[in-house]
Write a protein that binds this ligand. Structure first.
Ligand SMILES: [Zn+2]
Length: 708
């Protein structure tokens, strides 16, 4: 598809011309009213030209098209990073990845010193709320800062999946949560205070599985079906806003965090390269009604500009603006003339983090795109919008000038605060790791490699083969996945993802001992690969070898202190070993970091019962139940906590619930019998005790006297 069709260019220039010469695009007052509510919508993984308003013909996106028709559409907006958490860090902080530190899945969380957009709105009297649809954006990254409400609840059964990118909720559920939030506000959302709401929808992200009727309507191009489905949920949201007289008053910004390659350049999804198929995104601003004139802005902008634009449009003088590295687009939006054009930066660390190949950096200008790679690339976007003809060899001096600009951006915007060096790993942990055959650990922060890292584009065949094996794993076809990996392992003996994927396939089929060996093979090639470390720890734990699992988990936390799953696993180990105080400390940390994970709340509550802190246990146990955890053990423990603080009637309800789920849960039966005794209901107590005697005669003998 032609990326920047000529008709639209002419149309946009025409409109800009009118704006400049007649002032027709000027707003009535030229100023967005103070305290205007703001809705920031990020639909994940939407490539610009897959929306109707950007020229797509095979997809129906009436809600987003209408928004564009009423607002200002940026025709050439680029994401700075083609992966979800780093791109969101750019959008929500208005800073480059080299400043905010979120560069990939294995980088740390947002540093405390970096401010977030919601904090600015909160300081200016806004009610703030976020509704996210993917676990990769859950609160522990720090994106929740400044939000009074951060709704990141996911299906409890999905939480233990090792790949957070696979944990999502559909737009219908997320939009439903947002509508409930609006309804809980006075007068259906108008409220006494303005709102800043961030809605994140994840449906267009792989896998593409839209619900009906989109699945049928878009058979054969389900990616479009996901976009159409997300659009239908936005239509539902906009209708609610209209019915509650909020739509016209609200400033709405809509964009995506990155595109989707859909097979171009040999990449199916996003993250591996930095071509425009994964960087070019929709960007639309709809002003409150009566403001400005709908138009299209043709010039190149980055989504790093969104946060500065929102504060500028609302005249919010806030300390956050001191950190901004993007520039306000308010002048373009209000029709007061085009802002200063400047190049847009891009980077991806995904090839390095996941394969040990080189990271990529890039810079785009109105006409050219330069990619800094082991074999550099240069594209003339006007002649070659699809970036198919590398003209680096012919235009060396131009490439050198762009490279200088790229280095300049990196130098200027890199955080000046050096990250605190991590303390060394305790020697006893190092010794234990060595004894497991994990001898490669040297404290290196990156995969060990001799010489310069390979160029990702030279390894496309291997990348695709690994992705195929990965897809087979995700589809539950573990044997096939391993067969696909075999020839690769011979071809690419240094590629740590190959033994890792093999280990994942083996774990899924419960071949734990072989899985252990493969995880160790992966770690020999890349000693800091966190997913292999977690897999190895899990294998040890399943086999009851907690002594071996512990140092591995300690290493994970040493590398990434925010790894809550490792903290939680250490808590579990401590509980198994009867070290309840230690277990409590770990489990509290995990539950505080991710309060919406039911199993964390449940285990914290159970540990408090072990510690005989019954009143305190009630909080986390009740929360686990509220979060939808359905587990007879949870009901039994809730009953136990209640009975121990003298609330026997409520205890009976929970014991009965437990027994309804699992009638042979003898400890719940016994507890129920005792609760009835305490309530003076002897007949009920005896009846339950007799049932227990049939189920477990040995237990019955032990307590018989008390029920005679
Ligand atoms: Zn994304």
């Amino acid at each position: 598809m032609n990326r920047f069709p000529k008709e639209r260019t002419i149309f946009a220039i025409f409109l800009l011309g009118i704006c400049a010469s007649t002032g027709l695009c000027q707003s009535n007052s030229g100023r967005v009213p103070d305290r205007t509510p703001v809705l920031l919508i990020i639909v994940d993984t939407v490539r610009a030209y897959r929306l109707g308003c950007y020229g797509a013909r095979r997809v129906r996106t009436p809600a987003m098209d209408a928004l564009a028709a009423q607002g200002v559409r940026f025709d050439r907006a680029l994401a700075e990073v083609p992966t979800t958490p780093p791109s969101h860090a750019v959008i929500l902080t208005g800073t480059y990845p080299m400043y905010n530190g979120v560069r990939g899945f294995i980088s740390g969380l947002l540093p405390k010193g970096v401010g977030v957009l919601a904090e600015a709105f909160q300081r200016h009297g806004y009610d703030t709320a976020a509704f996210v649809s993917s676990a990769v954006l859950e609160s522990s990254w720090g994106f929740n800062r400044g939000f009074q409400e951060y709704d990141d609840r996911f299906n409890v059964r999905q939480v233990e999946t090792s790949n957070p990118a696979a944990i999502e909720r559909r737009a219908e559920e997320t939009v439903g949560r947002l509508l409930a939030w609006f309804q809980a506000r006075p007068t259906g959302g108008t409220g006494a205070r303005p709102f800043f709401v961030w809605l994140h929808l994840y449906d267009p992200h792989a896998r593409y599985d839209p619900p009906e009727p989109f699945r049928t309507q878009y058979a054969g191009h389900l990616y479009d079906g996901e976009i159409a489905y997300a659009d239908s949920q936005l239509a539902r949201l906009f209708e609610y806003l209209r019915n509650n007289r909020l739509y016209d008053r609200t400033l709405i910004a809509l964009l995506s965090d990155h595109g989707e390659s859909l097979g171009e350049h040999g990449e199916d999804e996003h993250g591996f390269f930095i071509y425009n198929s994964t960087l070019h995104v929709p960007l639309i601003f709809k002003l409150p009604s009566g403001m400005g004139t709908p138009h299209v802005v043709r010039r190149l902008v980055g989504i790093i500009d969104v946060a500065p634009t929102l504060l500028d449009l609302l005249h919010l003088q806030d300390p956050l603006s001191r950190q901004f590295q993007g520039m306000s687009l308010a002048s373009d939006i209000l029709g007061k003339g085009a802002g200063r054009e400047r190049p847009v930066y891009a980077e991806t660390y995904y090839p390095r983090d996941s394969f040990g190949w080189s990271e990529l950096y890039g810079i785009s200008t109105a006409q050219f795109k330069y990619i800094q790679a082991p074999r550099p690339e240069l594209y003339d976007l006007l002649k070659d919008p699809q970036e198919l003809h590398n003209v680096y060899a012919e235009r060396r001096s131009l490439a050198a000038a762009l490279r200088e600009q790229l280095i300049g951006i990196e130098r200027r915007y890199t955080s000046t605060q050096p990250a605190a060096p991590a303390p060394p790993l305790p020697p006893e942990t190092v010794e234990k790791l060595k004894s497991l055959g994990y001898i490669a650990y040297s404290g290196a922060a990156q995969p060990a490699a001799a010489g310069p890292l390979p160029d990702p584009k030279d390894h496309l065949k291997v990348f695709k083969a690994v992705m195929r094996a990965h897809a087979l794993n995700e589809a539950g076809r573990y044997e096939e996945s391993n067969r696909a990996l075999e020839p690769l392992a011979t071809e690419e003996p240094r590629l740590f993802v190959i033994p890792f994927l093999k280990a994942e396939n083996l774990s899924q089929t419960h071949r734990w001992h072989e899985a252990e060996k493969s995880y160790l093979d992966s770690l020999k090639l890349n000693p800091t690969f966190d997913r292999a470390l977690m897999g190895l720890a899990r294998a040890y734990m399943v086999e009851g070898e907690t002594e071996k699992a512990r140092p591995v988990l300690e290493l994970v936390i040493h590398q990434s202190p925010r790894d809550i799953f490792a903290i939680h696993a250490l808590g579990r180990i401590a509980r198994l070993e009867g070290k309840n105080e230690e277990a409590y400390r770990y489990l509290l940390k995990a539950a505080e970091a991710k309060p919406s994970i039911a199993i964390f709340q449940q285990e914290l509550g159970i540990t408090l019962i072990d510690l005989k802190r019954f009143q305190e246990a009630l909080g986390p146990l009740s929360r686990a139940e509220e979060l939808g955890q359905e587990d007879p053990r949870l009901e039994h423990y809730l009953g136990t906590a209640l009975a121990n603080v003298g609330r026997f009637k409520e205890a009976v309800d929970h014991y009965q619930k437990a027994l309804k789920m699992k009638p042979d849960l003898v400890e719940a039966r016994l507890s129920l019998a005792f609760a009835y005794l305490n309530l003076g209901e002897r007949a009920n107590a005896k009846r339950e005790f007799n049932t227990l005697c049939q189920q477990r005669p040995s237990l019955c003998e032990h307590y018989r006297k008390q029920f005679e």
